[in-house]
Design a protein around this ligand. Sequence first.
Ligand code: EPS
Length: 395
Amino acid sequence: MLRLLTAGESHGRQITTILDGLPSGLRIDREALAQGMARRRVGYGRGPRQGLETDEVQVLSGVRFGHTTGAPVTLVVTNNEAGEWAQTLSAFGDPEAGIPQRISRPRPGHADLAGMFKYDHHDARDVLERASARESVGRVAAGEILRALLAALSVRVYSHVIQIGQAKADLQAVPPEEIAGRAEANDLRCAAGYEEMRREIESAMADGDTVGGVFEVVAEGLPPGLGSSMAPDRRLDAALGFALLSIPAVKGVEIGPALENAGRRGSRVHDEILPRPSGLPRRTGNRAGGLEGGMTNGEALVVRGAMKPLSTLRRPLRSIDLETNLPMEAAFERSDVCAVPAAGVIAEAVVMQVLTDAFLRAFSSDTMKRLEDSVGAYREELNERMRRAGEGGRK
Ligand code: EPS
């Protein structure tokens, strides 16, 4: 229903995003868009690049006087350093003219080696410019537009970091309603365990190393029934897995506490269903992470992503030079020590893409007004059903 395409090199002139399939009449707030972009640059342990970029989004099509028209939306984020890279990444320039040395020593863990083989490149630059997580700036820009759409449907999406290296957030003492606010207030985007996580980054930094971690994305206010159990490719779990694994360096996805659930008995995992005097039934917990049978179940959606440590190391690992086949240290360029906080923000964007798509499949609408009305009517239908059931039970 929703189509999204990004283009642009990490150090090229710009990252361009085209988002197609949005209903008309969605209000886009320029200030909210800018604030959303700023959240991705936050993060202790990020490299110098984040201080150089402002990530200002230019909206070049599909929005008129602050509202979507129904046409494809084009979003452009320019790179502030593009001038310095103009010759290196020139479309038609002379390849010998003052261009830095070719990168022929692939970094273990990066796309360099497989990409150079696959595309027959002799300079890893031709691979890494697109493998770079800079691309995610475009998806976050699109995500901020989708955040407005979901907010109009009473859905709120946030994220927080739950682990960096060996340091895990102990959330036992944190009231769930405080998690988002706490995460927003620090540069690791975590709701607990800040000092321990920061020490993990400092220690990796001191060693010329990198560190990964785990983030959690939460979506509240979803009605039951988004996604489907009727066909494997319509399961929302599958779409979420695909989306999260499309973020560079994300190697694992968990729906709710799935790994912990795998080691428990069913009676200790499944959230019992209890009646409420009005409205949808109450659940005794949310160990399902808000998904049952490939569909939202009306509880908060909780998905986690595990990010491997970044593969550009200041103290490089062993590699080879692909031009000579001799052992060499891997190439190094300035890089980040930890990007887990940013990955959480990117994950919000891709989750919002999946959720918007699921809404549009269930309530296909050309205008925001019709979409809001249809979703509202569906929510009302469910409440009415439970009210009638309650009347039947009391007879
Ligand atoms: C990245 C390497 C770094 C990061 C970059 C992703 O860039 P550079 O090599 O230019 O310093 O800063 O992330 C971003 C630019 C961004 O906006 O997130 C990589 O190799 O993936």
